[in-house]
Design a protein around this ligand. Structure first.
Ligand code: E4P
Length: 278
């Protein structure tokens, strides 16, 4: 049973159904799970030396279907394969195929021009999306504008806080800024805190009232050990606060600054981890 005072949905960040089972035992509830190409590749590595593209996709489908059967009321995020050459049409094609795997999927697209164009198409067709590799408030504004008209629950945005922390920027301040900016909109985008590295990230996200947190098993164990604490340990970190920007949500999404160097690096890393298995 979820603690009655926790409104934020709790997801597991993992490509492993065994971990889904462990979390269900540990917490007694789980609202969803996020996967990505690196997490799935980690799970599939070692099974066989190399895969064909079809075998790899079948492996992903198998994992996702097992997780979805464990979380019939939850959401399971499935990520399209994208490198820097992948077109919007190709991402949308993959999305249609993956969306049919399970009844409760959200399709992850990278927050690039092609990814946003694919998401815009897919939302218009009645799909659900999770826009991933978000590192800036401008990108969050573009996600909002590209998915306008979608209903609440159909669009998640995944800002990656740990990867910002890794380079000295306070990822948590980006979450705060996006939540603040979205107050000026219609609330159709849910903020899903991703790239969580510590219990402090987790409890701070609860404190900010994030819609969703996705967290590795290790942190969920620490949270259970803390008796489901909502208190952040606080304490000054040396990270640089990302300042809030006044950004209107009313522009056409093409008119926001969509590129971010960490998104570029992140797309490449997901593609490389996937291609290593081929
Ligand atoms: C989940 O949706 C993200 O893909 C994941 O949290 C990324 O985490 P990482 O930055 O630790 O790889």
């Amino acid at each position: 049973m979820r603690p009655h005072d926790i409104k934020t949905k709790i997801f597991l960040d993992s490509g492993d159904p065994d971990e889904t089972r462990q979390v269900l035992d540990l917490l007694g509830f789980l609202d969803g799970q996020t996967t990505n190409p690196s997490l799935i590749a980690k799970k599939l590595t070692g099974k066989t030396k190399k895969f064909t593209r079809d075998e790899l996709l079948a492996g992903y489908k198998h994992i996702v279907q097992e997780v979805a059967s464990l979380l019939p009321q939850g959401s399971v995020s499935i990520e399209v394969y994208a490198d820097h050459q992948t077109s919007a049409d190709e991402m949308a094609r993959q999305a249609r195929e993956m969306f049919a795997w399970i009844p409760n999927g959200h399709i992850k697209f990278p927050t690039t021009s092609a990814g946003l164009a694919a998401a815009e198409m897919f939302i218009k067709e009645g799909g659900r999306v999770n826009m991933t590799l978000v590192f800036s408030q401008e990108q969050a504004a573009a996600v909002y504008a590209a998915t306008l008209g979608a209903k609440k629950g159909d669009v998640f945005i995944s800002p990656f806080i740990g990867r910002l922390d890794d380079r000295g920027e306070d990822g948590m301040s980006l979450i705060k800024n996006i939540i603040e900016m979205y107050k000026t909109g219609d609330s159709h985008v849910e903020v899903l805190v991703a790239s969580v590295r510590s219990l402090d990230h987790f409890t701070q996200s609860l404190g900010l009232g994030a819609d969703i947190i996705t967290s590795p098993l290790k942190i969920l164990k620490e949270w259970a050990d803390s008796k489901f604490s909502k208190e952040s340990a606080g304490g000054g970190n040396k990270l640089q606060t990302i300042p809030y920007q006044e950004i209107s949500l009313e522009k056409n999404w093409h008119n926001y600054i969509i590129t971010h160097e960490l998104t570029t690096v992140g797309v490449q890393k997901f593609a490389d981890d996937w291609n290593k298995l081929l």
